[in-house]
Design a protein around this ligand. Structure first.
Ligand code: 5GP
Length: 191
């Protein structure tokens, strides 16, 4: 049987633990690849161009939109973020399952364009836990945290648009649920 990679979209509020969970999934399953998005956000301390993101000027980002090189894009918390078509194609061509870690607006665009994509929502146990995680992370100002919590409330209301919702209270439990889900989805493709 010919196997092709599947497209997974992972969304959820900032601070829900998407990054940590995905890093674990990627180290537990070698046939999954995470795409590197383009953004106009400034790099945080320790972030490198081409690793966490391709950090671009607004002019360069506009050029990507104009040249139709983005599969989806959105303005999130005052910056632009987008998935490069080339990144997705490269991984799918290598037979890998592709994981996009993108916001709700991007997830909706993927659902419309590629109905076969699998949408996963990572849910924080509560807004209070989210607030304390963002404060502990210390990468955003209190103004930015307030903005992210406002977005989080809206995102949580849309969780039922996703194929599955994983509540990230206990990391080990959430990881086990996520792995089980992606493997069950993957099995439906590879038989
Ligand atoms: P951060 O700045 O914390 O890395 O990411 C902020 C938000 O942007 C997160 O919700 C993240 O999922 C989203 N994001 C990252 N890359 C993309 C992308 O390529 N497209 C879209 N639509 N959202 C993205």
């Amino acid at each position: 049987m010919v196997t092709t990679g599947k497209l997974f979209v992972v969304s959820g509020p900032s601070g829900a633990g998407k990054g940590t969970l995905l890093a674990r999934v990627l180290s537990a399953a070698d046939n999954f690849a995470l795409t590197v998005s383009a953004t106009t956000r400034k790099p945080r301390k320790g972030e490198k161009d081409g690793v966490q993101y391709y950090f671009l000027s607004e002019e360069k980002f506009d050029e990507l939109i104009r040249d139709d090189r983005l599969l989806e894009w959105a303005s999130v918390h005052g910056a632009y973020y987008g998935t490069l078509k080339s990144e997705v194609k490269r991984h799918l061509a290598a037979g890998l399952n592709v994981v996009l870690e993108i916001d709700l607006q991007g997830a909706r665009q993927i659902r419309a364009k590629m109905p076969e994509a699998v949408l996963i929502f990572i849910m924080p146990p509560s807004i209070e836990v989210l607030r304390s995680r963002l404060e502990k992370r210390g990468t955003e100002s209190s103004e930015q945290i307030t903005r992210r919590l406002e977005t989080a409330r809206l995102e949580i209301q849309s969780a039922d648009e996703f194929d599955t919702v994983i509540v990230n209270d206990d990391l080990a439990v959430a990881l086990a649920q996520l792995l089980q889900f992606v493997h069950s989805m993957h099995d439906t493709v590879t038989g």
